[in-house]
Design a protein around this ligand. Structure first.
Ligand code: ADP
Length: 591
């Protein structure tokens, strides 16, 4: 992380509001100029007194000038902050839009690799933290820089020695702050780490509260939670303790501009090179630079938080992009072929798929089976192009899927998983997402085919029930049927189905099987199977073990040729028999 990178990122996103920012800067400069007028006017009034000719009229005149200057300062400062706030919000908006756009362009697998909590935290919360500093940086930064500069230049004209004297406290203060800040970067990094740790422990605690209670782990988990909150407090306090002495010393020295001005001014006055009026003016002016100088000490902290937020935002902004092509591919069939496909998620773990060769003829039914971690989901996700293969290729109708535009590919492939997401709109609209142009009748027909009608009519608001409301009232099987209805409506020629592992009752199971049959009729079908009994009729069963195809063929062939498959089948039959014997026909164990 570095300041240069932060600045460049902000600058990039500030492009479209450059006009507003320039106007904000201009207004801030006018405001500073206006703010100097009262000092000038007060000087004139003092001068009137020293010259012994003060008349009410002339005093009122200068008072009026002072008031006018003050008004200019206020009005233009107001305009400047308004403009800079607008710019800041615009920058925030473009940052957020760019991040969400990037999420759409990145490989789906990479996006899903981040938790929703983390993405929300960066896009909403972290980005929000830069609004305040960003909005205040321009007007305050400019006035706080320009005002002392103008005052100093003016003092140089009065007497350069006074200008130097007014700055006496700056190097002294700077030394103290430098000593205090010597570990600032590493301390701040440790602080952010501790704060992130507390955040993640809190999220874990809240999300896991169900499990914690069910397994009566509340004491232990609470202790872990309380400990991390406590150590965060200790860390923050220790940091504060180590700096407060120097912070207060710096805070006392830095604003003490009179420290230099008074003695030097007196000497110069005695010397005769400074008039009493000029000495008084210098004293007033030196007081005016106190606030700006101290502003910079807090600005350092603000900038640091901007730097961290931008660093997090950059993590999303630099996600890899899945290359897309514009030229639609002319496909003559929906035959899917994997050719020597190798794939790895990361270099640390190495390849998880090794030279996979697999044919899914158009309109056929292929089942992927094998031990957990064997690579079944990975194969399915690669066909839907969640990621690109490492080497080899995946082709539909002989055309590499990387040559097929992503929009066209998503029309071709339906990926139905156990946890297909229901959007927070009505059930009707949730299903319509499969084909946004579908009429209500088409949606109803798809829902009927997916066996959804019965339970939807049971809901108080029926089709208008929002998925959020319905979510808690629907069983896992019912939710999956809504997702299947959506896929039926989409009517993609290639269907990938991640079979659900557990259902609550046989009636649901039966309906689910019927809805799946409606979805997959005549399609090129790939099923990730967890229950071998549901895939007896597959055209081919492919056994994946440790990223390699261990065997493939029909059920009969595999029972003869593959000891691993035989073992799995026997375990499956055994479990079924056990479920039946223990009277759990409709129970939780459903194999
Ligand atoms: P299956 O579906 O057969 O259970 P997967 O395809 O999910 O197997 O996993 C294959 C291997 O890839 C496993 O070793 C798993 O740990 C690893 N893996 C799966 N998803 C990821 C991921 N997103 N990042 C890193 N490794 C992963």
């Amino acid at each position: 992380m570095n300041e240069h990178g932060t600045f460049c990122t902000i600058y990039r996103f500030a492009q479209e509001c450059r006009g507003k920012m320039l106007a904000s800067i201009l207004c801030a400069i006018i405001s500073v100029a206006g703010g100097l007028i009262p000092y000038w006017a007060v000087y004139r009034i003092i001068l009137l007194f020293f010259e012994g000719t003060p008349s009410t009229g002339s005093i009122l005149l200068w008072a009026g000038v002072a008031a006018a200057g003050y008004l200019i300062k206020l009005v233009f400062y107001g305009i400047s902050t308004t403009l800079s706030h607008r710019s800041a919000y615009q920058i925030l908006e473009s940052l957020r839009l760019a991040m969400t756009r990037r999420l759409m362009e990145a490989p789906l697998g990479v996006v899903l690799g981040n938790t929703a909590g983390k993405l929300k935290n960066i896009i909403v919360d972290r980005v929000e933290t830069i609004e305040l500093p960003l909005a205040h940086m321009i007007p305050e930064g400019i006035s706080n820089l320009l005002l002392p500069a103008a005052v100093l230049i003016y003092m140089v004209f009065l007497d350069w020695r006074m200008a130097l004297a007014s700055l006496l406290c700056v190097p002294l203060g700077a030394i103290v702050y430098t000593v205090m800040m010597r570990n600032y970067n590493s301390q701040y990094a440790a602080y952010m780490e501790a704060s992130n740790h507390v955040n993640s422990v809190i999220v874990e605690y809240v999300e896991g509260i169900e499990v914690i209670k069910a397994f009566n782990q509340s004491t232990g988990s609470y202790e872990k939670f309380a400990k991390s909150v406590h150590s965060f407090k200790e860390f923050t306090l220790a940091w504060f303790r180590s700096t407060w002495k120097l912070m207060n010393l710096g805070g006392a020295i830095l604003p003490s501009t009179l420290l230099g001005i008074l003695p030097v001014g007196m000497l110069l006055y005695i010397d005769g090179s400074l008039t009493p009026a000029e000495l008084t003016l210098c004293m007033i002016l030196s007081l005016s630079i106190i606030a700006p100088v101290t502003w910079f000490t807090t600005a350092v902290n603000d900038w640091k938080s901007v730097e961290y937020a931008i660093h997090d935002a950059n993590e999303l902004l630099t996600l890899p992009v899945l290359p897309d092509t514009a030229e639609p591919a002319a496909l003559s069939s929906y035959h899917v072929r994997l050719q020597d496909v190798c794939f790895r998620y990361n270099d640390r773990d190495g390849d998880v798929l090794h030279n996979i060769n697999l044919d899914l003829p158009a309109g056929s039914f292929t089942a992927l089976v094998g031990p957990s971690g064997g690579g079944k989901s990975t194969v399915a996700r690669l066909i839907a192009r969640f990621w690109d293969v490492g080497s080899g290729k995946i082709a539909i109708s002989g055309i590499d899927i990387r040559q097929i535009p992503l929009a066209q590919l998503s029309e071709l492939v339906s990926f139905v998983t156990q946890d297909n997401f229901l959007f927070n709109c009505s059930l009707l609209e949730n299903i319509r997402l499969g084909k946004p142009s579908a009429s209500n009748e088409e949606v109803y027909a798809a829902a009927r085919a997916a066996q959804c009608e019965e339970f939807i009519s049971r809901l108080d608001l029926g089709w208008a029930t929002s998925a959020g409301e319905a979510g808690s009232k629907l069983s896992g099987g019912e939710r999956q049927r809504v997702a299947i209805a959506r896929a039926i409506l989409k009517n993609a020629p290639i269907v990938i189905l991640d079979e659900a592992t557990a259902f609550t009752d046989p009636e649901n199971e039966d309906k689910l099987q019927r809805s799946i049959a409606a979805l997959t009729k005549g399609k090129t079908l790939l099923v990730i199977a967890h229950r071998l009994s549901t895939i007896k009729n597959a055209d081919q069963i492919v056994l994946l073990d440790q990223g390699r195809i261990a065997a493939s063929g029909t059920q009969e062939e595999l029972l003869v040729n593959s000891p691993l498959y035989r073992e799995m089948w026997n375990a499956h039959i055994g479990a079924k028999a056990w479920a039946a014997n223990s009277g759990m026909k409709g129970g939780i164990v459903h194999v």
